[in-house]
Design a protein around this ligand. Sequence first.
Ligand code: SF4
Ligand code: SF4
Length: 87
Amino acid sequence: MAYVITEPCVGTKDNSCVEVCPVDCIHPTPDEPDYDQVEMLHIDPDECIDCDACVEACPVDACFAEDQVPDEWQSFVARNAEYFKAK
Ligand code: SF4
Ligand code: SF4
């Protein structure tokens, strides 16, 4: 499984999750060149260790375990993964 970032991150993108993720699997970080172009951040499903730290850190409750993503935001599971496939 992996964790997933969903709709509330769009327009918030405040990096609280990046600061707490122990394996640095949330991208892009502010140091990466595409940071200004993206509207939200994404979790790399191959690197996430399901630690739950991002859920606690996110001020807008955008992070969910994959099996707890609300129905209306299911498309974000693929959207997070697609971001890394394009890399
Ligand atoms: S669950 Fe843990 S490892 Fe996975 S993205 Fe969140 S903080 Fe990073
Ligand atoms: S803490 Fe939440 S709103 Fe902030 S960047 Fe991470 S997922 Fe987006």
